[in-house]
Design a protein around this ligand. Structure first.
Ligand code: FE2
Ligand code: FE2
Length: 273
């Protein structure tokens, strides 16, 4: 099986179960070592693969989350997390597809992240089935996809922005989500969602630490310009100096994921020990 061409097809697969089945087949072949690495052109994807079945709107038009006490509130909340997990499948595959001639660990790391994201999506999809909706039933924004596009030319920027900023923000958000859901744990599916969020937090620490590992690798390359491209300089460049300040920070999870105390303080934590 051909590595890059097959990955391109999986990324572009427009239906979730088709994408997942194609990945499973590829992942088995990869683990068995029956893959060849013929060079191919690197495509810039112009549309996210979920565009075939999701209505994409600007972030301000994404339906507002309602209270968790209502079925609609829980559906919107779950849909938003499913969308993050689904987008993360394509982003992990895209890292393995796009960045060439790196150590073999790099490809193994991001393909195993894709396998985790698929597991997360399927866990949430089961709950969605019991809550009477499917992925694509609500409008979404394409922020994660856009982050992939603007960082497509640079391993350093991709690692800084996608796993080590966006996925890392998820480490902070996860305990807040659980707190909001906990009072409703006797409602069918909520306990299952709380358990899924535990699995997700556990695995996401590993994803962010892979981001830290490959960010450090990119920072160590001879072409890297240390004067203009440290982690926070990259964030400021992309987010116009708006590194979120004052939001709660999951210090323990971030430390496990390879953030230094200096970075955690820079992000706005009062203390870090
Ligand atoms: Fe995930
Ligand atoms: Fe992840």
């Amino acid at each position: 099986m051909e590595f890059y061409g097959t990955l391109e097809g999986i990324i572009e697969a427009s239906q979730p179960m088709e994408k997942i089945a194609l990945f499973e087949e590829f992942w088995s072949a990869y683990q068995e070592g029956s893959i060849d690495y013929a060079p191919s052109n690197i495509k810039i994807f112009s549309h996210p693969s979920y565009g075939a079945f999701c209505t994409i709107v600007p972030p301000r038009n994404v339906p507002l989350r309602k209270r968790m006490s209502t079925l609609e509130g829980r559906q919107l909340f779950l849909h938003a997390i499913m969308h993050i997990e689904y987008s993360a499948i394509d982003l992990a595959l895209d890292a393995a597809y796009r960045f060439r001639n790196l150590p073999s660990d790099f490809y193994h790391d991001w393909l195993s992240v894709a396998a985790d994201e698929i597991r997360h999506f399927l866990l949430l999809n089961e709950i969605a089935n019991t809550w009477g909706f499917k992925y694509g039933d609500f409008a979404v924004h394409s922020g994660l996809f856009e982050a992939g596009v603007v960082t497509a030319h640079s391993l350093l920027e991709r690692m800084a922005i996608v796993p080590r900023f966006m996925e890392a923000n998820g480490l902070d958000a996860n305990p807040k989500f659980k707190e909001k859901l906990y009072p409703f744990r006797t409602i069918e599916g909520v306990e299952k969602l709380l358990l899924a969020l535990d699995v997700i937090l556990h695995d996401e620490i590993d994803h962010v630490s892979k981001g830290s590992k490959w960010l450090n690798y990119a920072l160590s390359l001879p072409e890297h310009n240390p004067l203009s491209q440290d982690y926070f300089q990259i964030l400021e460049h992309f987010f116009h100096a708006k590194v979120p300040k004052g939001a709660p920070i999951n210090i323990q999870a971030r430390k496990q994921a390879g953030f230094s105390c200096a970075e955690i303080i820079h992000l706005g934590a009062q203390k870090c020990d």
